[in-house]
Each structure stands twice: as structure tokens, then as C-alpha cells.
Design a protein around this ligand. Structure first.
Ligand SMILES: [Ca+2]
Ligand SMILES: [Ca+2]
Ligand SMILES: [Ca+2]
Length: 857
């Protein structure tokens, strides 16, 4: 799913603005109390009662990745977001790339305690109005049309509400009194339909591979009726839905897409205007329900000398206890109270109230847990070595599994065969791809659309939970791995990598440091682009949407046979095939990206020296050549159209060429760029500015001082913005990468200016990743810490599994005030998807923390 996440520092700035706005407008206030019902329309613009929130398009479809299952009418039921996607939809169970309605108007009507939205499907000139209003023990959802349904939508448009399967596994339902069990796995009756009648998906792409038969499939309803009772046995999940008009249909969306939800739906009757659908929905609430406190702490544990502060997250109606305690778990299996001390109130952040518990004074080696009231955490160590191994699985397991064009084995298990050996064809012009790639009206290359580009079937990693070679994240990853190699010289060797035979074996040393082999893997993909185009291209990705959502062995994503249009589709002569599944190279010129690539190749040339000298020399030569060519083409004036990206790309290229060559032309260009950039945004550029210190005189460092002071002030503000005292991102993609990047910047600053930036600015970043964050206390690194992500959005997500060492994006801040990271549902990419560059950054940060702790000993 992942697009560019190179540009975190700019977002860092935006996050600061958002924090300011949130604190300005406040998060509390009076509410209008309905006379008829406990659901109150609060100042956040949603209906609220203890145990239930009803959101009505507080979150809208962003268009970023289309239907992200985070928009529409939604239920947060006893603290868990169990329903989403309430709205007028055009299929029984909509997929990610199906058409989404846009909100053209949303009125929160406090006078009559209702919320009304106007939804529009532009393609069909089709508008509908939805009104949600509390009534009796629940609320009414009413859908109105001013004009009858467009003919093309008859039998297709309906009101849908989606329920999260994982919240209802092992529970039951009643449809008009007929009992059923919610399916753990889908296997329902399907209906084959002609594509003539299909509502087209995003940009005319299709999620369904119909093998040339002009058909698609939809599930048939599992049950129909007028009253649907959901999980009556579970007071926390019990919901009643009554249709006051047409029948209700219950579907399982997982029959067409593994990330589908259970859907309840009523079709809109043709030729009807006015009220066309009306449901009464009541969700049970437990009297005076309060959310269980979350004791957020590091699942990895703590070094004796660091600050140790747990952040306790409380229901806003909870009266905080006075104290919390730390217990030691003894060798006899006993719990012994080590420390009890007062908790410190922090205040309100988003929807919860926070107190903190400081146990920094406890330094004794051992196993501990925290107790707050009746609540106990899992056990964690305090020990000098807690951070020693935290990055091993990321390098030993996660990166090898991501390696493209390679067969990857681990003991008795094959993760995947050698993939994408049929890379790649020139992408066609004027093409909008579904993963954010696009082609302009010219290829800007020597290749014709559809022509084979030699040499691209080598190196690279699957970018994220998907499988594309995304150039920006590759540049970021190579730069980061080189930085780790140069700062910490990690020579861990637990992977066997044979490029010639495309073979990787996990837990099998081969005499070469794994980090160099991974740098080589990324570099091979980047240099292949320069060999073919003398510059970077956007990336390489499958052409068809029905290939893109691939779940399973990557080597089956294409047939690994070069496409030959003279053969019939699905026909093969053993060497070539007539199936047009080869990946496309998106080749338009992107100057800022070319600069990133120049920076990455230049950095790689240093690391690879002595290991792969030929490749090292080729990288540096290609980087220098591309630097000259890019300036000849783009000029020496900083471009404003690409804005920050352009500026930052050129800064990185200049710095890396300077470090590799010590040639003063790069120093001059770097200085021309860096001060202006710092004036625009300190936090975006302070890391590069600091890394450049050794290449300039003392005056440079002195000049930098005022910027460091300014940056420190920005960091200190985080303590007022959230109880964790760190940067928390607010994008539709959760913020762990911004946070890790921030902590790494703090490491470089601490090294250069130890009297200004203390090491705690670095430790607190890792603590957050390891569990000291909102919503839960899970470690966001699979396999690291006592309790960590066991269900994540890796390429094995359909198995509700994980890839060890992967780092997920973390806690998503859903509007207006709901932090979420699902532990039972892997398919939220913005919460659970591993991406290559965040994992590379994590390896650096883990080593940085070890370095600091050794330094202090
Ligand atoms: Ca991708
Ligand atoms: Ca090795
Ligand atoms: Ca092929």
C-alpha cells in the first residue's frame, strides 16, 4: 500500500501545527443532552454515551488509498471500533478500490440532536442524504433521495454498514429469530455476474482476474430478514438492527477480498424518492461502563540508568488512583513490592485522561511488573543488556524475507521463490496506476511502451506489505543502512546470501556481514536504473490490480516468463508466455528523486568498498555523472514546484557526494542550500546539517548552534502536547517512522551538542515503539519485547501472522479523538504495515541507543 514516506520531516512540522490547533480548541466541553436517549451529541461532533460512540463521517474517504475502512458511519462499542463504512454503497460488499462516496455537506445539528450528511457519486450525478438521530434506546439511520436512483444503479445502490469480523469471531446472530454463527472463514454462495453490469472500479482497474471471461463475482446473502440481532450473548458487542422498510441482507465480504468485513445492507428501491431506507439500530451498553486502564511501558524493559516512566491511560470518567507500584518477580515465583509511589496527573489527551508513574529510582537487575489498582502489566526486565538484541530479527529475518528476485529459505520453511524474473517492461504513457505511480505523455526514455528494459530483474526489496520496487523508499533504506554501517560497524552475520544463484538462507552465516549484503541488495536495484536510464525512475510495479493485491508467495505474482505478445494469453513455450503480467517500469524524470538516488549510490559506494569494489566504483561514478546531468537539465536554482522534496533531495546528494569525495564543489553547493533550508524549517534539515559538521570549519558549527536551540524548544513543546513527550504524527498513516526519524536526529544532535540535547530524547522514542504509547501497551516490533505485534500487515497477513523484526506504523489517530492500533485485524495498513525504510531506521536507532548506553558506562 505504501507510497512515499521519505518526507517525514516536513510532516513533522505539520504535526506540530496540528497539535497546536488541538490544544487551542480544546478537547472537552459541554454536551447537549437528548431528552429521549442517553446518546449525546458532544462537542467533538459525534454521539456519545459510556460504552458507545456513534460517528457519522467524522472520518471521510481521503482518496489516499480509497476505502481504508476508516470512514462513514462507525461504532466505537465499549472502546473498540467494531463497525465502519455506514453509507450508500454500490456493491453488496465493497472492496478497497470500489467507488467511494464523497461528503459534499455535513451538518451537526445540535438543536435537534442529529447529524446529516450529503453524499455524492460524481460519476453518476447521484446524491443521497443520510440523517442519524437518537431515538428510544438507540438511533435511526434514514436515507433520503431527492431524485430517484439513476437507472444504472438500480439493484446496486444500497445502504451498507460493515462489522469487523475479528470482533465477532466465535459469536452468534439471529436473523428474524433464525440462529447462526458468524463464519470464522468465508465459504458462502457466490453469484457470477457479467462485467457489462459492473460498476467500474478505481480508474477502470479490476480487482478480479476473470481469466478473459468478462465476469466478476459477488457474494449472495448469508441471511435475510428485517431484524438482525448481533452477538446477543456478549453485552459488549450486542447490537440490534431493524429495517423499517426493505429487508436486511447479511454478507461476508471476505468471499471476494480477505480484508472484507461482515456487511449488513438494504437495497434502495428504484423509482422512489423521499425516505428510501430507514434502520433502527440499538447497541447495548453496560451501565456506567469505563474502559480498563492501560499501563503503557516498554515491553523490552529498561536499562538501569535510564528514566523509567509508565504512562497510565484512563477513561475520562475514571477517578485516578493515588499510587501505582512496581513489583519484583523473584526466582521463587513470588511478587515482592519494590516501590509504591504517587502517580502524577498529566491531564487530558485526545479522549483519555493520563497519569504517570515514575520508577526511575529502581535500578536493580531483575524481572518486574507494574501494578495499578487491580491491573498488572506483563513482566519485563531491568538490566544493562535489555537493548542488546532488539534489532537482530529485523536484520536476520525481516530484511531477508523482503528480498526481491531471490529465493528465501528459513530452516524447514520457504518464504518465497525467486520473484519477478520477468522484470520489466516500459510502462505506457498517460497512465494512472492504483498505487500512486503515474506516467506522463512521454516515457522520457529510449524505450517504447511495452518494450523490455534489460537488467531490471535484480536486487531490491518488497517495499512493504506489497511487492513493488519503490525508488524513494529504496533510497531511504540504503542511506539508512549505510549510516548504520558507518556509525556502528555492525558485522553480524546470520544470513547466507548468494546473488549469483538468487538464494538466501536465514540463520546460516556465510562469512560476510549481513548489513553489507543488504546494502548491496538495495544498491543493485538502484544502479540497475542508472544502467538503463542514467538516472533514477519512480519504480517498478505490476500492471494489473488483480495482481497487486497478491497475498502469498511473491514468485507467483507473475509467471516469471518474459511476455511475448505473439503467444496466446495463458500460453507458454517454457521460456516466454502470452500472459501480460510482467511488471512495468515507471520512467518519468523526477529531479528530487534522482538526487535521492545520487545520495544513496554515493553513500553505498563507501560501504561497498572492500566488499564489492566493482559495484562501489560504478555507484560513485554513476552518482557523479547523474549530479552533473541533473543540474544541466534542471539548472542550479532550487526548484519551487517540487518544493521541499527537491530541496531535501539535493541537500542529501550534495552531502553524500561531499562525504565520499571531500570535493569542495559539493561543500559549496551544500552550504548554498542548507542555511536557507534551516531558515524555512529547522526540524526538516537539522539532521543533515549536523552530519555535515566534520566537513566544515568551526564557524559552521557555531552558526548551527542557534538552530539547535530552536529545535530543542520545539522538542520540549512535545511534553505539553502529549503525556509521552514525543512527536506523534497525525497523518492517515500512523507516525512511528516520523518518531524514529526524530529520535535518530536527536542522537546525531546529542553526539554533536551533548550539553544541549540529552539522551532521554532518544530513549523516549524507543520506549514509545516498545509499548509506551496510547491505546495499548503492545511493542510495535514483531517478536521484540514480552508482548509484541503478532498480527500485522506483512505479505503473510491473510494468515493473521507476522514477520519477525518488522516495525509497524503504530497508533493511528482517527478523527476526532480516537487512537487505534488493531491487534486482532492485520488489514489496516496505516496501523500495521511493515515498510522497508522504517525497519532500516529502527536498526539504526536500536544501535544508537546501545551506543549511548555503552558510552555512559
Ligand atoms: Ca507499494
Ligand atoms: Ca551474511
Ligand atoms: Ca511474465
Amino acid at each position: 500500500m505504501k507510497r512515499n514516506h521519505l518526507f517525514l520531516k516536513r510532516i513533522l512540522q505539520n504535526s506540530m501545527v496540528l497539535f497546536f490547533l488541538i490544544s487551542l480548541f480544546g478537547l472537552t466541553g459541554c454536551s447537549v443532552v437528548s431528552q429521549e436517549n442517553n446518546l449525546q451529541l458532544n462537542d467533538q461532533g459525534y454521539f456519545e454515551t459510556p460504552g458507545l460512540n456513534v460517528l457519522v463521517f467524522n472520518n471521510q474517504y481521503t482518496g489516499y488509498f480509497f476505502d481504508e475502512k476508516t470512514a462513514g458511519i462507525e461504532l466505537i462499542h465499549h472502546g473498540v471500533r467494531t463497525a465502519t463504512g455506514g453509507g450508500v454503497r454500490l456493491r453488496p460488499t465493497t472492496e478497497q478500490w470500489d467507488k467511494i462516496p464523497m461528503v459534499v455537506e455535513r451538518n451537526v445539528n445540535k438543536e435537534n440532536n442529529s447529524i446529516e450528511v450529503m453524499l455524492r457519486y460524481e460519476d453518476f450525478d447521484f446524491d443521497s442524504r443520510i440523517v442519524v438521530k437518537p431515538k428510544d434506546e438507540g438511533f435511526l439511520i434514514s436515507v433520503y433521495l431527492d431524485e430517484p436512483l439513476p437507472e444504472i444503479l438500480e439493484g446496486k445502490a444500497g445502504f451498507n454498514l460493515e462489522f469487523l469480523p475479528a470482533s465477532y469471531f466465535e459469536k452468534t446472530y439471529l436473523m428474524d429469530g433464525k440462529p447462526g454463527i458468524f463464519p470464522l472463514y468465508p465459504s458462502d454462495l457466490m453469484e457470477v455476474k457479467s462485467t457489462d453490469s459492473k460498476i467500474s472500479q478505481f480508474a477502470g482497474h479490476s480487482t478480479f482476474d476473470d481469466r478473459g471471461r468478462s465476469e466478476y463475482i459477488d457474494p449472495k446473502p448469508i441471511a435475510t430478514g428485517t431484524t438482525f440481532i448481533v452477538a446477543p450473548e456478549d453485552p459488549e458487542r450486542f447490537v440490534t438492527i431493524k429495517s423499517l422498510g426493505d429487508e436486511l441482507m447479511f454478507f461476508d465480504g471476505r468471499n471476494v477480498a480477505q480484508n472484507g468485513w461482515y456487511v449488513i445492507r438494504s437495497l434502495i428501491t428504484p423509482n422512489k424518492t423521499g425516505k428510501v431506507v430507514e434502520w433502527y439500530l440499538a447497541a447495548n451498553t453496560i451501565d456506567n461502563w469505563k474502559r480498563t486502564p492501560v499501563i503503557a511501558h516498554s515491553q523490552v524493559g529498561y536499562h538501569p540508568d535510564q528514566e523509567k516512566i509508565a504512562v497510565i491511560e484512563l477513561d475520562k470518567n475514571e477517578i485516578p488512583l493515588k499510587t501505582a507500584s512496581l513489583y519484583k518477580v523473584t526466582a521463587d515465583g513470588e511478587l515482592i513490592e519494590e516501590l509504591t509511589s504517587d502517580v502524577k496527573p498529566w491531564g487530558k489527551f485526545l479522549r483519555y485522561n493520563y497519569v504517570t508513574f515514575d520508577f526511575s529510582s529502581v535500578k536493580k537487575n531483575g524481572l518486574y511488573l507494574i501494578k495499578y489498582g487491580e491491573r498488572k502489566t506483563k513482566t519485563f526486565p531491568i538490566n544493562e543488556n535489555v537493548y542488546k538484541n532488539i534489532w537482530h530479527q529485523t536484520l536476520d529475518v525481516w530484511f531477508p524475507v523482503q528480498m526481491d528476485h531471490m529465493f528465501v529459505n528459513e530452516a524447514y520453511r520457504v518464504w518465497h521463490g525467486a520473484a519477478h524474473l520477468d522484470d520489466a517492461l516500459q510502462a505506457p504513457v498517460n497512465h494512472q496506476h492504483f498505487d500512486g505511480y503515474k506516467m506522463d505523455s512521454s516515457t522520457e526514455s529510449q524505450y517504447k511502451p511495452g518494450e523490455r528494459i534489460p537488467g531490471l530483474n535484480v536486487g531490491g526489496w518488497f517495499d512493504a506489505g506489497d511487492f513493488d520496487i519503490r525508488t524513494p523508499s529504496h533510497c531511504n533504506t540504503v542511506l539508512s543502512l549505510v549510516e548504520t554501517w558507518e556509525h556502528f560497524g555492525i558485522n553480524r552475520d546470520e544470513t547466507f546470501i548468494d546473488q549469483e544463484h538468487r538464494y538466501v538462507d536465514i540463520h546460516h552465516p556465510d562469512g560476510t556481514p549481513d548489513i553489507l549484503q543488504q546494502i548491496e541488495q538495495g544498491t543493485l536495484a538502484l544502479i540497475a536504473q542508472h544502467r538503463a536510464f542514467r538516472r533514477a525512475i519512480r519504480g517498478i510495479i505490476v500492471p494489473q490490480l488483480h495482481q497487486y493485491h497478491h497475498l502469498g508467495d511473491a514468485s507467483t505474482m507473475t509467471d516469471n516468463l518474459n511476455y511475448n505478445p505473439d503467444l496466446e494469453v495463458y500460453e507458454s513455450n517454457g521460456i516466454e508466455s502470452g500472459t501480460p503480467d510482467d511488471r512495468w517500469a515507471f520512467t518519468n524524470k523526477v529531479p528530487w528523486l534522482n538526487y535521492y538516488s545520487i545520495g544513496a549510490l554515493s553513500a553505498a559506494s563507501r560501504a561497498l568498498k572492500g566488499y564489492n569494489d566493482l559495484l562501489a566504483a560504478e555507484c560513485l561514478a554513476a552518482a557523479k555523472k547523474a549530479w552533473i546531468q541533473e543540474h544541466e537539465e534542471s539548472g542550479w536554482e532550487s526548484k519551487t514546484d517540487d518544493g521541499w522534496y527537491y530541496e531535501n533531495g539535493e541537500i542529501i546528494a550534495a552531502l553524500q557526494l561531499l562525504v565520499s569525495t571531500e570535493d569542495k564543489q559539493y561543500a559549496e553547493r551544500f552550504e548554498q542550500l542548507i542555511w536557507n533550508a534551516l531558515d524555512k524549517s529547522v526540524s526538516s534539515h537539522i539532521e543533515e546539517a549536523t552530519l555535515a559538521i566534520p566537513y566544515f570549519d568551526n564557524e559552521y558549527k557555531t552558526k548551527l548552534l542557534s538552530y539547535v536551540e530552536k529545535y530543542k524548544k520545539e522538542c520540549n513543546d512535545f511534553y505539553n502536547q502529549n503525556p509521552y513527550g514525543i512527536l506523534i504524527g497525525k497523518r492517515p498513516w500512523a507516525g512511528n517512522h516520523e518518531l524514529i526519524t526524530w529520535a535518530i536526529t536527536n542522537y546525531h544532535l546529542h553526539k554533536a551538542f551533548p550539553n544541549i540535547i540529552s539522551p532521554e530524547y532518544i530513549y523516549c522514542g524507543l520506549n514509545y515503539i516498545f509499548g509506551c504509547h496510547p491505546s495499548s501497551n503492545i511493542s510495535f516490533v514483531s517478536g521484540v519485547g514480552t508482548h509484541s505485534k503478532k498480527i500485522a500487515y506483512g505479505n503473510n497477513r491473510a494468515d493473521f501472522s507476522f514477520i519477525a523484526g518488522g516495525v509497524v506504523p503504530g497508533v493511528l489517530m482517527l478523527k476526532p479523538d480516537f487512537p487505534e492500533n488493531k491487534e486482532d485485524w492485520p488489514f489496516f495498513w496505516g496501523e500495521n504495515e511493515y515498510v522497508i525504510d522504517i525497519c532500516a531506521s529502527y536498526i539504526f536507532l536500536a544501535n544508537a541507543v546501545n551506543d549511548l548506553l555503552n558510552e555512559n558506562n
